[in-house]
Design a protein around this ligand. Structure first.
Ligand code: BES
Ligand code: MN
Ligand code: ZN
Length: 476
């Protein structure tokens, strides 16, 4: 990953520098360049970029679109900065002047957005390449105003956090087992000043976390419950619990997935990764609430004594659950973690999980679903979504669907009655474990993964939810 630096002017070492162009100001370019833009199809929209050779000894210039002058906002800047980083990816040292292009908006917001775009647009997962192609070493962000350093540090912390979530998502399921996830979390906790608590399989049994035990039964890797605590300086403005699904690989268990359905299931800890990553950035983001994270970790495998369809377990809150499909495992581990979070009576619980494929049938590949029992909390998440551009869509929890979860033999069953509305029945299932606590649920579905390099995301893990949650908690 390239290093992000803040500088007051374009460094001499830069071999590529951007030239922001507003879509309604193409006429200001010299006529020859206007003609080239036309031939290249460059209209100045955010996301467009186009390299022009600099004069002798001058750095290469990259025209980057920023959209209509009057509409330049954080989103346009993030997109433009990402496009620049992609266009200049073979250079060693590059510089972006996008912060200056955004005269209309708060410079601190502009700087953070440019950091995020440049840092995330140049993300690549190279840990397992024997000969990673040499890319960008250094991206210099040119800005000079009072408070620039603080805004830069916030942006950098967000980039590092999203990078962590993406790296975890991209790491193979056979190496990122629960104990390996915990090992990384210990380093993160140490670096970010978080308190960390880990429950091993014995403690999980003693604490009656029946859902985690149930899912772990077919695995040779012991389960863990990872908890992290962030305490702000000064009196907290509130208390929030984050719960992230940490299925380190989802084979489906005995209700086994198809080969193609299973191929991407190392991503099934993306919610847990987003929560860990969010926690790592709270200090730098200046979050003032006390935040506690719960990440249940296990893979979902099919060893000789794996849980069978029809088996029943008792969750942390005493609810008995009949499991008719072992591939609906996320809600089982989340049930315990949500119940535990609710016992401690935080002001709000927010969970994030790759819970269903059904949410992506509804919303497509890049949006996540949002459900909850509290309109004000849901509204806060929608506001954070607007600010960050991480798109979530509010879905209902229809009470008439609740009866689909009635079981003949236990208090609940873990799947709905038919193929329809699967994201909603999953959300209704989770709701059973939070009691009266205000709660919101983000179902990532496929948004945890990208099929292509596109804007801020690269093919593979997206780190979806980190920017959303950091923004939410920074404004709590
Ligand atoms: N982890 C999957 C959901 C998923 C699928 C997330 C694809 C991201 C991409 C989850 O554990 C699962 O298997 N859900 C089932 C539920 C069904 C059995 C009720 C699903 O969505 O098919
Ligand atoms: Mn599953
Ligand atoms: Zn799963």
């Amino acid at each position: 990953m390239p290093t992000l630096t803040l500088s007051s002017s374009v460094p001499a070492a830069a071999t590529a520098v951007d030239r922001p162009v507003a879509s309604d100001e193409l006429d200001n370019l010299d006529p020859k360049l206007q003609k080239v833009c036309e031939l290249q199809g460059f209209t100045g929209e955010p996301g467009q970029s186009f390299v022009i050779q600099g004069a002798n000894d001058r750095p290469v210039e990259v025209l980057v679109g920023v959209g209509p002058r009057a509409e330049i906002d954080a989103k346009a800047l993030r997109t433009a900065a990402a496009a620049f980083a992609r266009a200049a990816k073979l250079h060693k040292v590059v510089a972006t002047t996008l912060v200056d292009a955004a005269a209309g908006i708060d410079p601190a917001e502009a700087l953070q957005a440019v950091c995020e775009g440049a840092g995330l647009g140049s993300y690549r997962y190279t840990a397992l390449k024997s000969d990673p192609d040499k890319g960008l070493d250094k991206i210099s962000i040119v800005a000079k105003f009072k408070g620039a350093r603080a805004a830069f540090n916030r942006g950098k912390a967000v980039v590092e956090a999203v990078t962590l979530a993406r790296d975890l998502g991209n790491e193979p399921g056979g190496s990122l087992v629960p104990t390996a996830f915990v090992k990384i979390a210990r380093e993160v906790a140490k670096d970010s000043g978080l308190k960390i608590t880990v429950w091993d399989e014995k403690r999980i049994a003693k604490e009656r976390l029946g859902g985690i035990q149930f899912v772990n039964r077919g695995s040779t890797h012991p389960a863990r419950l990872l908890m992290l605590q962030y305490k702000p300086v000064g009196k907290p403005t509130g208390s929030v619990a984050l719960v992230g699904k940490g299925i380190t690989f989802d084979s489906g268990g005995l209700s086994i997935k198809t080969a193609s359905g299973m191929a991407s299931m190392k991503i099934d800890m993306a919610g847990g990764a987003a929560v860990l990553a969010t926690m790592s950035a709270l200090g730098a983001a200046g979050a003032k609430a006390a935040v506690t994270a719960y990440i249940p970790l296990t893979d979902n495998m099919l060893g000789g004594d794996a849980s069978r369809p029809g088996d029943v377990f008792t969750a942390r809150n005493g609810t008995t659950v009949e499991v008719l499909n072992t591939d609906a495992e996320g809600r089982l581990v989340m049930a315990d973690a949500l119940a535990l979070a609710a016992e401690r009576k935080p002001d709000a619980i927010i969970d994030i999980a790759t819970l269903t494929g059904a949410v992506s049938a509804a919303l497509g590949l890049s949006l996540a679903g949002l459900m909850g029992n509290d309109d004000s909390l849901v509204g806060k998440l929608e506001d954070a979504s607007d600010r960050t551009g991480e798109q979530i869509w509010h879905l209902p929890l229809p009470s008439e669907y609740r009866k689909q979860l009635d079981s003949v033999v236990a208090d609940l069953k873990n799947i709905g009655s038919g193929p329809w509305g699967g994201a909603l029945t999953a959300g209704l299932f989770l709701r059973e474990f939070v009691g009266e606590t205000p709660w919101a649920h983000v179902d990532l579905g496929m948004s945890a993964l990208s099929e292509s390099d596109n804007g801020l995301v690269s093919k593979g893990g997206t780190g979806f939810g980190v920017r959303l949650l950091v923004d939410l908690l920074a404004n709590w």
